[in-house]
Design a protein around this ligand. Sequence first.
Ligand SMILES: [Zn+2]
Length: 181
Amino acid sequence: MKTGQTFHERAAAALAKVKAEAAALRSRLEKSRQALQSNTSLSQALEGLGRGWRHQRVGKYGPTWYFLRYSAPKAETLGGLKVSKSEMCWLAELADDPEEMRQGRRLNTYSDKLERVPVAIATFEEIEKAECPACKAQVPLVECMHQTRDSYDYDVWETWHYALCLECETVTELKHDIDEY
Ligand SMILES: [Zn+2]
């Protein structure tokens, strides 16, 4: 105990010190939590974009990540109307197995024959872009679709729209749609 300080003064000083330290630690913890969240989101997006092409039923059994590209031929068949229509697509350079991706998505069938359907493979130039809120660059727009409720009453399908920026190493949510059927 410092000379001249009562136990009470000493306790008050100790309390003030640990409270200040706790506030600083909480702030660092919050920053770490945010960094971890951002880190996790980016790895989920990149890994999801690498295997989303394999999903037979998009979003049905877990989140499916994909890119979008403008699909003019489909739009022109809609009763002659000029409708902007985008299709889900994937980039071969991000695929977990680009060779297999080019061969097509495996179909589960009851026959022994392995059936495959072609995957919509896009080039980087073709995919739709969005503005990164942080650095304002035009970066890939990515979406994630997931059926989050499956019941007798109603189903819920959620779609998240993100800007995927590798400069900022972020996936920033731009929009979140919730559809009930
Ligand atoms: Zn950015």
